[in-house]
Design a protein around this ligand. Sequence first.
Ligand code: UT7
Length: 324
Amino acid sequence: MGAVILGTGSCLPEKRLSNHDLGKLVETSDEWIFSRTGISTRRISSKGEEAFQLGTTAARKAMAMANISVDEIDLIIVATMSSHMTMPSCACFVQKELGADNAFAYDVSAACSGFLFALDSGDKFLRVEQNKKILVIGTETLSSRTDWKDRNTCILFGDGAGAVVLEYKEEERGVVASNLFSDGTLWNLLYMHAAPSCNPELEQADNPGAHILMEGKEVFKYAVKSMEGAINGLLIRENIEIDSIDLMIPHQANIRILKKLVSRLGIKQEKVFINVQKYGNTSAASIPIALDEANREGRLKRGDLLLVCSFGGGFTWGASLLRW
Ligand code: UT7
């Protein structure tokens, strides 16, 4: 039917940064952060925990669960916006680390929706090249892209990686359908500068540092509205009732966004997987980390209907349905 997830894996940096720790960096409090976001702590990468390294470890765990060797991987797609280099791609570094000599590799850039977009690309690829196996990875070290003096943003983000192994199966399971969107006209509500876009005077580059900038309240409103629209559109298209969903794994950005979304959808709270309290917003890594935790906790049984959804800079957003 579509791309089936054979194995999941995740990797979180060792170092924890609590809300109390953040109170020493900016004027904030555990009470403010937890009540506005649901976040208690997040992980911060150290040296040796670059995005490609976290992604590689997550990928190894996913391959171990899938019981496949690295030589069997044909394609590696990495969703990230915080690789240590712009070129080569993070995916090429993962390929090198794994020694995945039979795979080609590339990155997907869709901010917090990156994993969902990469999963969709992997699914579409496998529908054409059915005898291949793919690694889809979401990995971020947003601590390197955060302004640690800006209390509006620095409390939100964390580092980590998650990965899945995909294979096409002629069975009634796998990715059922996706409903993905972008709206570049709203780019300036959530963005991060890259290197200078032009240099007509051919001046030597100075590096002002690229940090995430955000209009939090606007992002909040669009996130709820957009994910709700994407999910309802998908359910109508596939003729599926919300009560048929066994587990929902949303992008873990903020507990208040998720609670609003859940109440508007009318899905039971206990069917929604939430771990934002432990890791904060890990952008493209949040869904595959949550998916791996849910899987390892036994929250997913063969035949279950899984709903995943995301929202991020771009804006980019969407929802996908998977039969486990
Ligand atoms: O993948 C999508 C990524 N983005 C998001 O998920 C962000 C979505 N937005 C949000 O989660 C919320 O807008 C925030 C959590 C970022 C902010 O919550 P809010 O309820 O929208 O607060 P606000 O920005 O309206 O700020 C309220 C007050 C302000 O003070 P005044 O102007 O009322 O005196 C802020 O200066 O809270 C202040 N404030 C803080 N106070 C303590 C802002 N950040 C902090 C902080 N600690 N960290």
